[in-house]
Design a protein around this ligand. Structure first.
Ligand SMILES: NC(=O)c1ccc[n+]([C@@H]2O[C@H](COP(=O)([O-])OP(=O)(O)OC[C@H]3O[C@@H](n4cnc5c(N)ncnc54)[C@H](OP(=O)(O)O)[C@@H]3O)[C@@H](O)[C@H]2O)c1
Length: 407
């Protein structure tokens, strides 16, 4: 039986797990593909030489992370006519056009299942199973750290800081969790999903993202009271009149939404299309062995001919001012006329109120207002005016509400 040489760039958490899994599964893969995969070389900062590994490999797996030299090595591998498997979301979200262009020109595979949602096979389903479906919207919980933190806040009533400390102690958050909690990691993953779902060249700089750092126990208590779930949601969707919106922000979900019950460090992606209504894929988020398993799945796919080089993505108009329902949290002096003044400002901007809950806080009151879907710019204009009212005790806070349910 012939062998299939795999060059491995990076031997950290995922790279080491990949090497072990490859050895364990080599016989089974040989039985499926007719070729036995074996490592041709490993590159780290202290070991191996890229040119030498490239010359001896049929395929290269990039698990170094970061932009350089990962970008250089991936491009040079593709230009040499050899397929690449990568788990590097930052690289794909910032240099996607160059990398997919190089793969297309060379007519070789560039596979990246592990870059999005742990073992959730969202890429494969979008690329292969749903290749003929017209996708309208993709929603994702694509960051396990933030989902773990929000789930802990809901389950135990802990503050954001306490839940983050727990996540770090249990290994669900890194020592520097910035890119997870500020939404950037999820934003990078949404550019990859948007590219596949809509054939659109979306870069990280075109995604609006917000994180969970400002979520409070009061928001969570409100969610629990109304049986809503608060999640960090990534969205890529077609917008009426053309264009795409790609964004990441915390959002309340009703219980009938498939992502509402995705808890802990799990990831999930919901794909909506008229042909299928919706399908949801969920599973464990990141982790060395889970990610290695998704990487190995890509290697096996690349070993099965013929490769399908992805078509170059088209430029797209990105729409940022989209409609959403909102939850608005205000702390005000408890005196007559306050609610009327707020209602007037909302009304003047065309914001229509769905519900108001008022709660006494001694001489002050807490108002929790949910408004019907409205263009974000109009809502924010109203919030800015409300923010100037002299009876406001703290700056207004708001969170988007996703109203869809599938029941
Ligand atoms: N960890 C996860 O759960 C997970 C999940 C999904 C996706 N990913 C992605 O998978 C990739 C790898 O993540 P990881 O957690 O395995 O990273 P890691 O533990 O930090 O390992 C990185 C490896 O790459 C090597 N490396 C880094 N820069 C290099 C350079 N300039 N030249 C040569 N070697 C270099 C390192 O070498 P040294 O050993 O010499 O330092 C190390 O072996 C990243 O793109 C990450 O985003 C990770």
């Amino acid at each position: 039986m012939t062998s299939f040489s795999v060059g491995l760039l990076g031997h950290g958490t995922v790279g080491a797990a990949f090497e072990a899994l490859l050895a364990e599964r080599a016989e089974a893969i040989a039985a499926t593909t007719g070729r036995r995969p074996e490592l041709s070389g490993v590159l780290t900062r202290s070991r191996g030489d890229f040119d030498d590994i490239l010359a001896r490999s049929d395929l290269v797996v990039e698990l170094m992370g970061g932009l350089e030299p990962a970008r250089d090595h991936v491009v040079r591998t593709l230009e040499a006519g050899k397929p690449v498997v990568t788990a590097n979301k930052q690289l794909l979200s910032q240099h996607g056009d160059e990398l997919f262009g190089a793969a297309h020109t060379a007519g070789v595979d560039l596979r990246f299942e592990a870059a999005v949602g742990g073992v959730v096979p969202a890429i494969r389903v979008l690329h292969e199973t749903l290749a003929a479906a017209e996708v309208e919207r993709v929603h994702g919980i694509v960051n396990g750290t933030t989902n773990f933190i929000l789930t802990e806040m809901t389950r135990t009533g802990a503050s954001y800081a306490q839940a983050l400390a727990d996540a770090q102690r249990l290994g669900y958050a890194e020592a520097d969790p910035s890119d997870d909690v500020n939404g950037k990691d999820a934003a990078a993953k949404m550019t990859i999903l948007a590219r596949l779902a809509f054939g659109a060249a979306v870069g990280l700089d075109q995604v609006t993202y917000e994180g969970i750092e400002h979520v409070t126990s009061a928001d969570i208590a409100y969610a629990r009271e109304l049986r809503l779930s608060l999640k960090l949601i990534g969205t890529a969707e077609r917008v009426d009149g053309g264009g795409l919106s790609v964004r990441v922000h915390p959002a309340f979900l009703y219980a009938g939404h498939p992502l509402a019950s995705v808890d802990g460090s799990f990831n999930a992606v919901t794909i909506e299309s008229p042909a299928i209504t919706e399908i949801t894929l969920s599973g464990p988020g990141a982790g060395g062995s889970q990610t290695a398993s998704a990487v190995l799945g890509d290697v096996v796919s690349a070993m099965l001919p013929p490769p399908v080089p992805p078509a170059p993505a088209a430029p797209v108009e990105i729409v940022s001012d989209i409609e959403s329902a909102f939850y608005l949290h205000l702390e005000v002096a408890d005196r007559p006329g306050v609610l009327a003044q707020i209602a007037e400002i909302l009304g003047l901007q065309g914001v229509s109120v769905k519900s108001v809950v008022q709660e006494g806080l001694g001489a002050d009151a807490r108002l929790t207002i949910v408004v019907h879907p409205i263009r974000e710019s109009k809502f924010l204009a109203a919030v800015s005016l409300i923010g100037r009212l002299d009876f406001l005790r703290v700056p207004p806070r708001w969170i988007r509400v996703i109203e869809e349910v599938f029941e």
